[in-house]
Design a protein around this ligand. Sequence first.
Ligand SMILES: *Cc1c(COP(=O)(O)O)cnc(C)c1O
Length: 429
Amino acid sequence: MKPQVRSARNGVLIAGPVGLGAPGSSLIETERRHGACNYEPLPVVMTHGEGVWLWDEHGRRYLDMLSAYSAVSHGHAHPRIVQALIAQAQRLAVTSRAVHTDKLPLFLKRLTELTGLDRALPVNTGVEAVETALKAARKWGYRVKGIPEGKAEVIACENNFHGRSITIVGFSSDPQYGDGFGPFAPGFKLIPFGDAAALAAAITPHTAAFLVEPIQGEGGIVVPAAGYLAECARICREHRVLLLADEIQTGMGRTGKFLACEHEGVVPDGVALGKALGGGMLPVSAFVATNEVMQVFHPGDHGSTFGGNPLAATVALEALAVLYDEGLIERSAELGAYLLAQLQTIKSPLIRDIRGRGLFVGLEVDARRTDARAIVDRLLARGVLSKDTHGTVVRFAPSLTITREEIDWAVEQVRAVFTELGKGMRRAA
Ligand SMILES: *Cc1c(COP(=O)(O)O)cnc(C)c1O
């Protein structure tokens, strides 16, 4: 079913009272009481989703400009992906890798075709794909490059986000991510993001790999200067260091190419994919790499019970097919440029910067005047779901199926929020 734009334009229908999530919501209370408090969700209880729209327990409708941090790039309940899921669930869902299935080979082959790489290793979540990349890189360092045992180094960037395992939070520059979780794995070095000279300076004979997000997502949609990734690729080649791209958020068409690396003509030695690979239905991730890298894995070296199960492989294959059949990658490029241009027409002293690539846009507020959460809360009250990241950036990453009319409506809500806040400021002054 096509999402309806008609009532989207009717702000009255969507805009609920502020203080959504009425403190009375017993579901929120139940979650607070029985769950670990490792998240601080917006006070709204979603019960249903279709395309770019979400509905809460009171039947209020929201334009989903977050799409589960890019996991729902195909939109909620994409009919083809739902059908593929149901049909495969009735046939065969999980076998473990103790046997072959008729689905996994097709999924692996498709991943290599789309990335220009040789072999794929399927896992489930993003963090597992990055862990797989790190294991591959270290072992490649010892067995192929000849780094002395126990000395392999991996260079990563400040402000990175690669997941939440102990290894990975151990090299996060966000003090909260690692706080209380040490001791951490040694062998990681951080350099500033966007600075290719810093990469060249940090490389030693013990460096196995450079791990990088082509655009930093959780770090605040940080887009490096043109040429950065290509220069990093050149430096890595020169020093025989693997270039590992974490495209868990930027991949799958999010930035207007299948991989964000393609904007600079870069084919990395290994790439981590996740999030939208699961079609907004299942956790599906993979590490895809060259023969030279992947040949380090022998039976028993690495694995995952659910990795590459036929249900996941089928859903991911369908998600990849839909991406191309519906032209979603081109849509992301075109409508992303449109969204960016429209947002940039909003003039407010509260806005510091608006940046992005494809349907991956960050609006940075001036931290001295407001915070991103205040914008997110007001947008939510107007029926637009977005999310703040790192305090000062509002992230807009709708599903790639969004229409121009829906973007227009969302931008009007953003404009209205800044007008409201601007008036408040003038009164306060
Ligand atoms: C979300 C994300 C991850 C972690 O993925 P999970 O599925 O949450 O483990 C890793 N890297 C990047 C760039 C991400 O955006």
